[in-house]
Design a protein around this ligand. Structure first.
Ligand code: CP
Length: 275
């Protein structure tokens, strides 16, 4: 909230942060780099790893050991699950996970939580619909783990092939939270938050498997006729076909407010970790 009120500051004056994106990104990379610049720091790094020595066969570990000689913190996005933890193990400076394969996306969760708090005035006991690709959607995995701390009631809306992995179902079952599954958006009138995700094309081994499920769910205006007044629709973006553009003007649409929060939350994280 402090950064929302005043984003220009000198928290990172004299600091250099490396932004290493081995996988495409618009929001995460640019909001981190913008957060660094608004906080007075400097950025090094790459947005296309084919320009790095990875293309000559260098390991992630050697890249991280090298880059940590040149900076005060490293932001890393990588297609392999567990890559951020591997990076943290060999780095001499803090490492921030900006998304590791289909595993986790913890800084997205921080901005998701801030967006939920901003719109619901609480994180406790909310009914949260999670829709789309719950199997490969890393933002959902991190968000569930965090909301378990606040006794959420999860409504899982996904085709069978994209349902949540058993290890996360088990975590919910062992917590004070609850869950139920629904096949589509026919009944969403009890939701406080509807968290949409796209089908994660890049995680499928076979194109035909992606083609079969890619259009399983699409949220349209007709689904929002009898929703709660406080419902907000979130989406980590990018969207593909799962969220009709016509919803952008509905009062429940909050995904671009969520995008904006990425800047403030990442400024706060960098101030806490590196300043
Ligand atoms: N939300 C998110 O991670 O978006 P990008 O892939 O554009 O960074």
């Amino acid at each position: 909230k402090q950064f929302e009120e005043q984003r220009s500051n000198d928290n990172l004056d004299g600091k250099v942060i490396a932004s290493l994106f081995f996988e495409p990104s618009t929001r995460t990379r640019l909001s981190f780099e913008s957060a660094i610049q608004y906080s007075g720091g400097k950025v090094i790094g790459f947005s296309d790893s084919s320009n790095s020595s990875q293309s000559k066969g260098e390991s992630l570990e050697d890249t991280i050991k090298t880059v940590s000689c040149y900076c005060d913190g490293i932001i890393v996005r990588h297609p392999e699950s567990g890559s951020a933890a591997r990076a943290a193990k060999v780095s001499s400076v803090p490492v921030i996970n900006a998304g590791d394969g289909s595993n986790e996306h913890p800084t997205q969760t921080l901005l998701d939580l801030y967006s939920i708090m901003q719109t619901q005035n609480t994180l406790e006991g909310l009914t949260i619909g999670l829709a789309g690709d719950l199997k490969y959607g890393r933002t959902v995995h991190s968000l569930i783990k965090s909301l378990l701390l606040f006794g959420a009631n999860f409504v899982l809306i996904a085709p069978d092939e994209l349902q949540l992995l058993q290890k996360l179902i088990t975590l919910i079952e062992e917590s004070d939270s609850t869950f139920e599954s629904r096949p589509d958006f026919t009944n969403i009138k009890d939701l406080d938050i509807l968290y949409m995700t796209r089908t994660q094309k890049e995680r499928f081994e076979k194109d035909e498997d992606y083609e079969r499920v890619k259009d399983s769910l699409k949220l349209e205006l007709k689904h929002l006729e009898d929703v709660k007044d406080n419902l907000k629709i979130l989406h980590p973006l990018p969207r593909v076909n799962e969220l009709d553009f016509a919803i952008d003007d509905h009062k429940a649409a909050y995904y671009f407010g969520q995008v904006q929060n990425g800047l403030y939350v990442r400024q706060a994280l960098l101030a806490d970790l590196i300043a």
